[in-house]
Write a protein that binds this ligand. Structure first.
Ligand code: AMP
Length: 215
């Protein structure tokens, strides 16, 4: 499974980040998460961060030109397989990804779609907590820290992501349906879509994806 090129598609809170991390740790695929890159820029207070923050905190997408450039730069640095978490999110991004991959001589093996009902998404995102220091991610229902709301790794008080507040979550879901969901047909038409039921334990979901990819 080394050397695979994968895209993870699915609504916010469907577990893409968790699975991307498992794929990176276990299969050595390079994880490229546009959300993580943008949040890092926000923390550092760079120009990119300032611009991204305005869009992210409203639950809107960051402009295509910006995220496409970030992904191109990251893909150029990968020598082997890659896993894209949260990109592409629009048809335009997907078309530009094609051109970048062609230029770099890389291939895309599958677009994995995470199917999760809306009620479950809202429940998961309202329970998500992150560590502001080491960026570990928890869920107060499915993956709580050992002590209260304290990070297991570095002992810092956990916080909620600004864009996980309920009104922003609703907007993110709307934006997903409008701008990102059309990608499902885009990849299905090319025979690259692999659909997985993304409910249950992350280990189970991981094994399910591996099984589906082998088929
Ligand atoms: P995520 O961590 O993937 O949920 O991303 C958090 C936020 O970052 C999104 O709600 C968007 O505002 C922004 N973002 C991440 N990836 C993209 C992308 N591919 N295109 C546009 N905006 C993005």
């Amino acid at each position: 499974m080394e050397g695979l090129g994968l895209i993870l598609l699915g609504p916010p809170g469907s577990g893409k980040g968790t699975q991307a991390e498992l794929f990176e740790n276990r299969l050595g695929l390079k994880k490229i998460s546009t959300g993580d890159i943008l949040r890092d820029a926000i923390r550092k207070g760079t120009e990119l961060g300032k611009l991204a923050k305005e869009h992210i905190n409203r639950g809107e997408l960051v402009p295509d030109d910006i995220v496409v450039a970030l992904v191109e730069e990251a893909l150029k640095k990968t020598s082997d397989g890659y896993i894209l978490d949260g990109f592409p999110r629009t048809i335009e991004q997907a078309k530009r990804l094609d051109r970048i991959l062609e230029k770099l001589g890389k291939k895309l093996d599958a677009a994995v779609l995470f199917a999760v009902p809306d009620e479950e998404i809202i429940k998961r995102l309202s329970a998500r907590r992150v560590c502001p220091k080491c960026h570990a991610v928890y869920n107060m229902v499915t993956k709580p820290p050992k002590r209260d709301e304290i990070c297991d790794i570095c002992g810092t008080l956990l916080i909620m992501r600004d864009d996980d507040k309920p009104e922003t979550v609703r907007r993110r879901i709307e934006v997903y349906r409008r701008d990102t969901e059309p990608l499902v047909d885009f990849y299905r038409d090319r025979g690259l879509l692999v659909e997985v039921k993304a409910v249950g334990d992350p280990e189970e979901v991981f094994n399910f994806i591996i099984g589906a990819l082998k088929r």
